[in-house]
Design a protein around this ligand. Sequence first.
Ligand SMILES: O=C(O)CCC(=O)C(=O)O
Length: 181
Amino acid sequence: MRPGQTPGGRPMSVQTVWLGIRWTSEGYRRESSAGVVVPQMPEALTSLAATAIHDVSAMTEHLRFDEHGNPMTESFSPDMALVNFYDHAAKMGLHQDKDETCQAPIVSLSLGDTAVFRLGNIETKNKPWQDIELASGDLLVFGGPSRMAFHGVPMTRPGTADPALGLSGRLNITIRQTGLP
Ligand SMILES: O=C(O)CCC(=O)C(=O)O
C-alpha cells in the first residue's frame, strides 16, 4: 500500500492499492509505470459488484438504467477497484468521484473498524450532508442522483472491528467502472 494522493497531488492519511487500472492525478491509466504494480481485478469483486447492482436496481428505479438508457444490470462492467486502508487516525476529505468517464454507480464495501461516511450534496462541500455509520460488511451503492455527491470519511471508530478479522483499522474497497476504452 502507498499513501494516497489527492487529485491536486497532496498526500493523504489513507493508504491505497489499485486493482485492474491505476489512478494518477491526471486520471486513470491502463499502462503500468516504473515501480508501480497494479494487480489484476479479482473476479470475486467484479461479481460481488454485479450482484449488488442487480439487487439494488430491483429496489430503486434510480439505478435501473444507465445514462444511455440501457438496463444497468446488463451494462454495468466494473474494471477497477480502489482499496483504501484507514489506520486509527486516517480520514478522507469531502470530494467528488469524477475521474470516471461514465456514470455507472460505485459499489463500496467496508471491512474492519466502523467509519462515519459523510454523504453530502452535489453542489458544494458544505451542508446539507448525512452521516452514515458504515460497519464491517456493509455495502453501499452510490449511483443515480447521488453519483456525483461530495462524500468523505471524517473519522473511523478505532477498535470497533471484530478481533476475529485480525485487522487493526479499516479497509474500504470501491469497485468502479472507469469508462476507459
Ligand atoms: O472509505 C470510504 O468509505 C470512502 C472512500 C472514497 O470516498 C473513495 O474511495 O473515493
